[in-house]
Design a protein around this ligand. Structure first.
Ligand code: UDP
Length: 435
């Protein structure tokens, strides 16, 4: 009797070794695992998610030879290290896949890789394994990826997009180089994106037309799974502190896992927060204040004032913090995960983005969803105080909170049976069977 062809059931995941990228990809891994797929995670030698492998039972973790040490990442900065990592990882990843194929009896259904780990495309092609791109950013951001650079800005001839000044990402031409590589090396059969149609329906429709391959909005992934995948230990003492604060009174401040502030900005922030008379919970990572050892390096009076009025941690359990009844607002750098997490708990935001993608997210928060206040220009204590009061004391903040709660309900509905995530997942599963 002829043996029935079994659908391949193993998926290889390749994250970028950075928290904001690892977390959603691992959440996706959990979802796919619950649908019966086996998961192999391929990682480098640092920021290994396998350090929390106990939260991912049954997952296989494989380490490829690290072509770029952590110190190089720091030295080169985000964009250059991604370009270099991609140039130097192709060969070791191919070796890794060939080993895995032997080990798994050729049972690899597909490789899902972070869009910036585009070196995976070559291995997928060589071994004829389907590949899927995973995007940890918003659909709107994907839309803004430049093939745009030579286009003239509307009504502003001869200014081209590439002539526009940007900040925080280093030279624009290197960023464009990275985007070009991401686009040119694209051999994938589909894109999975951590977003949801109730937030970005027009960008998603645009994206579907633009990329010419199937797009699966499988977000908000953090609502599908609560396994911790934190690369650093979280300080839970802040929850006890929050328990003692009044409802909706606290501003939670985090600039993500990579953002950095100048000492001058931290001082202005400290004065503004204290002058607002609202309690605050502030994440200050080691290394997040440029050129210092942290808050201890601030002048003693400021340090004392901040410690009396607020609570400082190096790492917070962010989702739990945002869901705490004492939290009334989130001062954020507007990373996409932070936004989804904040909306998921119905918390309005104060936006102080650093660079392009975050700036775009901030615009959506302020102008489209109307649940955020942007603080523009140099950080200055009066502006900080005003923004905090607008959100926690004034009527305007209450209106934003109501809208954020409505969005929260929509997000929650999308995850339930019959919701958009639910349906997209079904479609993706079906797609996997066709590969
Ligand atoms: N995060 C956290 N505790 C902290 C700071 C950050 O758990 O003290 C998590 C946060 O919940 C989010 C991720 O780190 O999931 C940061 O991702 P995001 O996209 O917001 O920003 P990035 O760090 O990538 O710039």
């Amino acid at each position: 009797m002829e043996k029935k062809m079994e659908a391949k059931r193993r998926i290889v995941l390749v994250p970028i070794p950075a928290q904001g990228h690892v977390t959603p990809l691992m959440q996706l891994g959990k979802v796919l695992n619950s649908k019966g797929f086996s998961i192999t995670v391929v990682e480098g030698h640092f920021n290994q998610v396998s350090s929390s492998s106990q939260h991912f039972p049954g997952f296989q973790f494989v380490t490829i030879k690290e072509s770029l040490p952590e110190s190089e990442f720091e030295k080169l900065g985000g964009i250059e290290s991604m370009i270099t990592l991609n140039k130097t990882s192709e060969a070791s990843f191919k070796d890794c896949i060939s080993q895995l194929l032997l080990q798994q009896g050729n049972d690899i259904a597909c490789i899902i890789y972070d869009e910036y780990m585009y070196f995976c495309g070559a291995a997928a092609k060589e071994f004829s394994i389907p590949s899927v791109i995973f995007s940890t950013q918003s659909a709107a951001n994907y839309v803004s990826h430049p093939d745009m650079q030579d286009k003239v800005v509307e009504n502003l001839y001869p200014l081209r997009y590439k002539d526009l000044p940007t900040s925080g990402m280093g030279p624009l031409d290197r960023f464009f180089e990275l985007c070009r590589e991401v686009a040119n090396k694209r051999t994938a059969s589909a894109v999975i994106i951590n977003t949801v149609s109730c937030l970005e329906s027009s960008s998603l429709s645009w994206l579907e037309q633009k990329v010419g391959i199937s797009v699966y909005p499988l977000g908000p992934l953090h609502m599908t799974d609560s396994s911790p995948s934190s690369l650093l230990e979280e300080d839970r003492s802040c929850i006890e502190w929050l328990n003692k604060q009044k409802p909706k009174s606290v501003i939670y401040i985090s600039i993500g896992t990579l953002g950095q502030m100048e000492t001058k900005e931290v001082l202005e922030m400290s004065w503004g927060l204290c002058n607002s008379n609202q309690p605050f919970l502030w994440v200050i990572r080691a290394g997040s204040i440029l050129g210092t050892n942290g808050i201890e390096s601030l002048p003693e009076d400021v340090n004392k004032m901040v410690s009396e009025r607020g609570y400082i941690v190096k790492r917070a359990p962010q989702i739990e913090v945002l869901g705490h009844p004492a939290v009334g607002g989130f001062w954020s750098h507007c990373g996409w995960n932070s936004i989804l997490e904040s909306i998921g708990e119905g918390v309005p935001m104060i936006c102080k983005p650093f660079h392009g993608e975050q700036k775009l997210n901030a615009m959506y928060l302020e102008c489209v969803w109307k649940i955020g206040i942007q603080v523009e220009g140099d950080l200055e204590r009066g502006a900080v105080e005003r923004a905090v009061k607008r959100l926690t004391v004034f009527e305007e903040g209450e209106e934003m909170r109501k809208r954020a709660v409505t969005l929260k309900e929509e997000l929650r509905a999308s995850v339930r049976g019959g919701g958009s995530l639910h349906n997209s997942l079904k479609e993706f599963e079906h797609f996997m069977m066709t590969l």
